[in-house]
Design a protein around this ligand. Structure first.
Ligand SMILES: *Cc1c(COP(=O)(O)O)cnc(C)c1O
Length: 424
């Protein structure tokens, strides 16, 4: 099966690609400040009931660059951190401890220090809840992440709810949760669920219903956090989540909860992808074009690979790839079906593959060695998640396209010295 429609650029023109390519060291990440702001505004207009309260957080693992975090901070978005190191990074970017919530798979080593500062804690297992009870002296307010028993990921590797997922406390363990809560006199202020990528309003309604049922069990609970996972289309044949559609039924469920329990719950959501996916691209170059004979395939080899963008090799994620001619004013009219490979010596380093690894040729403008290749949908889980330094390729630079049309370097390309720095 091959991709039928040919992808196009979203917020860049061919001329801009050529001009940026002459300004920066390729390959490089290029983010658009305007694209970030537009997505943040969309999250901030999530439909909520007047007087109930709403807080948007950013799951910063999607893109933790300080320049990205500062845009979030300036627009009133707070942080969901997935490790203590992310907490420290958010603090350095300028967030106050009270603006940061830690929802982590691994218990923080510097636990006491972080919580004494005022960082919010979401217990993600019975063990974490027990540890919080034992070790947190002054603070008794805690959030609990539950696994509500269902998920909605794009594939098993992105599904973060249901019986196959290790995230959160299984919803049927309420008795054990309550035992720990009463043993240490904890106040469960926030009930949290995060079930993975989805765009179906019915699924969100169902999850909100289950989460509210959990919140009803804790009389002191004043906040419900529905996590992130709002799917954003990267490819032209994918569907993006409409937050207004997702939010409308959730809004009425909160109202019904108030009528029944007399509590106006504050809603929190914490997308990562939604703010960032289409706010970033990788500007790369065609390093080679080869073929495997009459019955084989045509291949493009890029000067970037899984060491900068791991998602395709990890779970067959699809990213639009647009070829831009290196010749000024030239737009390639012919198209060719290609398998696109990364530059790592690893057969899985392919940009055009099915989740299981089978190749999936894709039609795009005919490419010549030296042409530019723009990989879109690279603003989330790319710079932050990679098989970094494989083949000893240095980490590539990151740039922000400012509203005035200029590029600002926000992370330098790594040097060989930096790769070797800690080696003895
Ligand atoms: C990763 C994560 C998110 C964000 O997920 P997206 O799919 O990027 O929106 C939100 N909450 C938690 C707890 C996460 O781990």
């Amino acid at each position: 099966m091959s991709q039928s429609s040919i992808e196009s650029l979203k917020w860049l023109s061919d001329d801009q690609v050529r001009s940026f390519a002459s300004e920066v060291q390729l390959p490089a990440f290029v983010y658009s400040e305007e694209a970030f702001r537009k997505q943040i505004s969309s999250v901030l207009s999530f439909p909520v009931n007047d007087g109930y309260g709403f807080q948007a957080r950013f799951a910063m693992k999607a893109n933790p660059n300080a320049s990205v975090l500062r845009i979030m901070l300036e627009m009133g978005v707070e942080i969901d951190a997935g490790s203590e190191y992310e907490v420290l990074r958010a603090l350095r970017a300028g967030f106050r401890p009270s603006q940061i919530q830690l929802t982590a798979q691994q218990m923080a080593l510097s636990f006491e220090k972080l919580f004494a500062m005022g960082v919010h804690f979401t217990a993600c297992s019975l063990h974490q809840l027990e540890e919080f009870g034992k070790r947190s002296k002054e603070r008794k307010d805690v959030g609990i992440r539950f696994n509500p028993g269902m998920g909605s990921g794009g594939c098993t590797k992105t599904d973060v709810g249901g019986a196959q997922s290790a995230f959160g406390i299984w919803h049927e363990k309420m008795d054990q949760v309550k035992e720990i809560v009463s043993k240490y006199g904890l106040n469960v202020k926030t009930v949290h669920t995060h079930i993975g990528s989805g765009s179906d309003p019915e699924v969100w309604k169902h999850v909100a219903t289950m989460t509210l049922a959990l919140a009803a069990q804790f009389p002191e609970c004043d906040t419900v956090n529905l996590g992130g996972g709002y799917k954003v289309a990267r490819m032209s044949d994918e569907v993006s989540t409409d937050l207004q559609k997702i939010g409308a039924p959730v809004k009425s469920l909160f109202e019904a909860f108030y009528k029944e329990h007399g509590r106006k719950l504050k809603l929190e959501i914490e997308p990562g992808s939604y703010y960032t996916v289409n706010s970033g691209v990788i500007l790369a170059q065609v390093d080679d074009v080869i073929d495997t004979g009459d019955h084989g395939h045509k291949f493009i080899k890029l000067n970037v690979g899984m060491d900068s963008i791991t998602r395709p090799s990890l779970y067959g994620a699809k990213h639009p790839i647009v070829i831009v001619s290196k010749e000024e004013g030239h737009k390639e009219e012919t198209t060719t079906e290609y398998v696109v490979a990364g530059h790592c010596c690893e057969s899985g380093d392919l940009f055009t593959q099915h989740p299981g690894g089978a190749i999936m040729p894709r039609r795009m403008r005919t490419a010549h060695i030296g042409d530019y290749a723009v990989i879109s949908g690279a603003g989330a889980y790319c710079a932050s998640m990679s098989t970094k330094n494989y083949n000893s390729f240095p980490e590539i630079g990151e740039y922000m396209l400012l509203p005035d049309g200029t590029l600002k370097m926000i992370r330098k390309p790594q040097t060989l010295e930096q790769i070797l720095e800690n080696e003895m």
